[in-house]
Write a protein that binds this ligand. Sequence first.
Ligand code: ATP
Ligand code: MG
Length: 576
Amino acid sequence: MAEKKQRVEPSDLRPDSLDFVRAKVAEDLKTGRYGGRVVTRFPPEPNGYPHIGHAKSCCLNFGIALENEGGVCHLRFDDTNPETEDIKYVEAIKQDVRWLGFDWGEHLYHASDYFEQLYDFAVTLIQRGRAYVDSLSEEKIREYRGTVNKPGRASPYRDRSVEENLDLFERMRAGAFTDGEHVLRGKIDMAHPNMLMRDPVLYRIRHASHYRRGEEWCIYPLYDFTHCLSDAIENITHSLCTLEFENNRALYDWVLDSVGIKPPRPEQTEFARLDLDYTVLSKRKLIRLVEDGHVDGWDDPRMPTIAGLRRRGVTPEAIRSFCDMIGIDKVNSRVDMAKFEYAIRNDLNQRAPRVLCVLRPLKVTITNFPDGEVEMLDGSYWPHDVPKQGSRQLPFSREIYIERDDFMEDPPKKYFRLAPGREVRLRHSYIIKCEEAVKDPEDGEVVELLCTYDPETLSGPPVDGRKVKGTIHWVSRSHALPCRVRLYDRLFKTPDPEEAPVGEDFTANLNPDSLVVLQGSLIEPSVAADPPGTRYQFERQGYFISDPLDSEPGALVFNRTVTLRDSWAKIAARSS
Ligand code: ATP
Ligand code: MG
């Protein structure tokens, strides 16, 4: 009996395919917990350039706001550490979030705008007997805190009176003390099993200039105090952060409780951070790479920063689709770089026209093609499986260049490219046959090939039925444009760069071949008028972008975004 096929509608899948964070948001909407509101935030600290891990957070926070009617996502700079923050990072973060395709509208905020309110909340805590000024040194505070197995000890200053605490805190603010002389601590439990709850430091003295507030403040609130209260001030509903903050959640709730913020109030939910193989995703480490000159700046195309990826030729669509692919999980795991590269290829396949570029040229003279004559050949920009139209004219002449790798004097069996006496098809052009290899008399290196072409083969295979298997790319000698090609590869040679040899750090795992620059490459002339930042597939070579910063007319520079195939899979297979 023929069974009727059940068609699965996308709407059938949706509830099950929601990740746990989205499921929670949906549940809260259903129960009306926040009166139908969904307000998320992306809260970077402006102490470095955003990286692909931040893109994951953006996709989640802005994504949830977009997916739910009336949803809003704030961009909030978590800028409470004057020593590491800078306006240049603020600008970079804004540019990159926008470039990723996200819009915070009017919801741009700074924790540093809340300093006054935060100070008042701290005063409330003191008045309620829930915070005290401690005068132990930083070292002593650490010592008194105990260990996971050993309860902490109370500071001798723990029982200061409310009046004394208020007075000291006020004078801390007024600048009466030097850095480290006092701190404000929450009064919780020095024996708490969660170490973060052992009287956490909430404020410290720092006589430093803040990039927005200048010299106005010399006490600065710490993350655990600032973050939850900033969320509360902005009426955030879902405060999403990475798993390493799981233990901070108790403190998040304690601060809100202790200053008297009642539900419905923001709630913290943790998700797995993105860790990507063959790179590092920590601003501290990325700063090291920049400052120690291992890369050429934050936007070096080898960097996992958004600026680096943009310069490398990766599109926002590819990044978003990658984030979609990896999903939102509750346990940390490393993501295979091959997944990201798959997303990049998949995206570029549809948008990058195919062109011919010879990276390492070898001269070919076609002896039976008339000297001085030029034939214009039509070449489609797109392969059959991409639903796009369009072609360009390729000049063909007596002298051309092919890839040096596409000739072998003494080839192995399955080599279908050029060799003495063998034939190959030139892409969009004729079949040629290698008659002779001309060598440098000094070092014996092949410097030129003398070939003949078969004029009957432009639009089809040879009429006599002989088989020609290989097709290679080429450019016409007098028409091609010289260019510099930068072959970028993975920045690290090991999947987890943190696993460094004893006594060394992650920089020991840097891939020494992460950049190879080719000076004498030649590209077909059709690209001459394209603006910098145009993406191409160089046939048989990979996806490339003309460098948006270094390219200028007559000095074309191309960055390799990604190879056409995963060459690392082979390497991994060989070594396992
Ligand atoms: P880093 O570890 O790179 O210094 P961070 O967490 O200190 O990052 P923030 O500027 O505080 O950087 O991060 C802003 C937001 O981005 C936070 O909500 C943080 O949880 C999130 N985020 C940072 N790194 C990742 C990552 N690798 N995967 C997912 N989200 C991340
Ligand atoms: Mg942080």
